[in-house]
Ligand binder design. Sequence first.
Ligand SMILES: Cc1cc2nc3c(=O)[nH]c(=O)nc-3n(C[C@H](O)[C@H](O)[C@H](O)COP(=O)(O)OP(=O)(O)OC[C@H]3O[C@@H](n4cnc5c(N)ncnc54)[C@H](O)[C@@H]3O)c2cc1C
Length: 384
Amino acid sequence: MEFTDEQRMLRETIRQLAEKEVAPLAYEIDRDERFPVESFNKLRDMGLLGITVPADYGGAGAGYTEMCIVTEELSAVCLSTAAAWGTHACLCIDNIRRNGNEAQLAKYLPPLCRGEWIGGLAMTEPSAGSDVMSMRLRAERRGDAYVLNGTKIFISNGPVGDVFVVYAKTAPERGAHGVTAFIVENAFPGFQRGKKFEKMGWRGSPTGELIFEDCVVPAENVLGGENRGALVLMSGLNTERVCLGAMSLGLARGAYECALKYAKERVQFGKPIASFQLIQAKLAEMAMLIELSRLITYKGAKMADMGLHREMNLTASYAKLFTARAAMKITTEAVQVLGGYGYMKEFPVERMMRDAKLQQIGGGTDEVQIMIIAREILALKDQV
Ligand SMILES: Cc1cc2nc3c(=O)[nH]c(=O)nc-3n(C[C@H](O)[C@H](O)[C@H](O)COP(=O)(O)OP(=O)(O)OC[C@H]3O[C@@H](n4cnc5c(N)ncnc54)[C@H](O)[C@@H]3O)c2cc1C
């Protein structure tokens, strides 16, 4: 579980960036619900948009541990910035890197790594959330193209993105075996952005609807093969869950550090509130949950770096579920430690508490993670 010297250096560099450049914008991008373009460009300048992409295609050539380190540090000060970056770097770019053919890698990765295009991933539909394979977006082959019709919702980076990995049904009668992944550019005819959603948290990570009306996608943009979309999807689910774990870990750490500092400085009844056992109990539990969140998250990242994608179903779901619950608990308790000030926007913990709730919903809800854990430990075949 020890980081290498390079990983420690990366952590230090991103921590400084987070404190100096990202944290000062966190309040504003949450208030204005706007994409954190300044921080995104800083990450681009540091060569971190394509963190897992080989240098030949313009990336940093790093692994999932590094992806989690960057995610944790950004999330400690601004979860929205981590979400905007993670959607681009993990959900879109890493997916294309894993599943793209040579022509697709050469065409899409360099501009995505340079930040000329912003990426996203579109799976969820109005009637297909946890039951994602019930999706209705239809892709019909016509000559050397596919024509897409349908709607995706809740798509991170949807309102600002240029390139999306989109899942559609090419053979509806074949269920999960009839799904295909496509690389779709916003310039393709028939692609439209629908509404932008107003949200409780993750407000600087814009979420939108994508509408496909006779949207023409060249056949060469099939990602991973026709009717092999479920495999494309599965290839990233575990690493995405571990990265969501790193988000929850960072968020929880940010809230804990704020509460710890405040508890030492705030005086009531003539003493710092940190001297009261009821406050100490909260801080102690927060510290313990963060340590356990760190262990399970970086265990998952290490397994992903070792290529143990199939073996890590349990670890990925443990990481996603445990850290999300811990972040919800820790951010809520951090507000409590700050009392009335915790409820005010001049401290970041109220934003962090709002941000935490999404960690229990996005990327597979808590209930879905529990179902996966049950499926694994009971060797069930017919669940998610
Ligand atoms: C801010 C935000 C960003 C998002 N970004 C993206 C994105 O970039 N790309 C994308 O494709 N999607 C994205 N999503 C969608 C997200 O992944 C889904 O919201 C999530 O998977 C849950 O689906 P749902 O909202 O339809 O809820 P539902 O599936 O309708 O679930 C509703 C409730 O029922 C529970 N439930 C469902 N099935 C079962 C069951 N079998 N047993 C027990 N309980 C069950 C759920 O746990 C939940 O509590 C995003 C969502 C949000 C809110």
